[in-house]
Design a protein around this ligand. Structure first.
Ligand SMILES: [Zn+2]
Length: 86
């Protein structure tokens, strides 16, 4: 689970079932995470930062897809429902 908490800040719930309910703060601007692995100099970027980046990449492609559909749907011709008056 990922929550957006600010312009560049997110919270990611721990993937470890033992830590369920624990949220780590991810700061994309500083490229930091509050998880123990990060604090102890583990893998960088840690999986929480990767998760946020993946989610953002996916979100962007979804948005791009929606935009494409929107533009395709504007090809409607108006004025075909003329009312005949006599
Ligand atoms: Zn982390």
């Amino acid at each position: 689970m990922i929550k957006r908490t600010g312009e560049q800040t997110y919270e990611v719930e721990s993937l470890n079932p033992k830590n369920a309910g624990t949220w780590y703060k991810v700061d994309l601007e500083k490229n930091e995470c509050s998880c123990p692995a990060w604090q102890h100099g583990g893998r960088r970027p840690c999986k929480h930062i990767s998760m946020v980046n993946n989610a953002l990449a996916k979100e962007k492609s979804e948005v791009a897809k929606l935009e494409a559909e929107k533009f395709d749907g504007t090809k409607q011709e108006g004025g075909s429902n003329e009312v005949k008056t006599s």
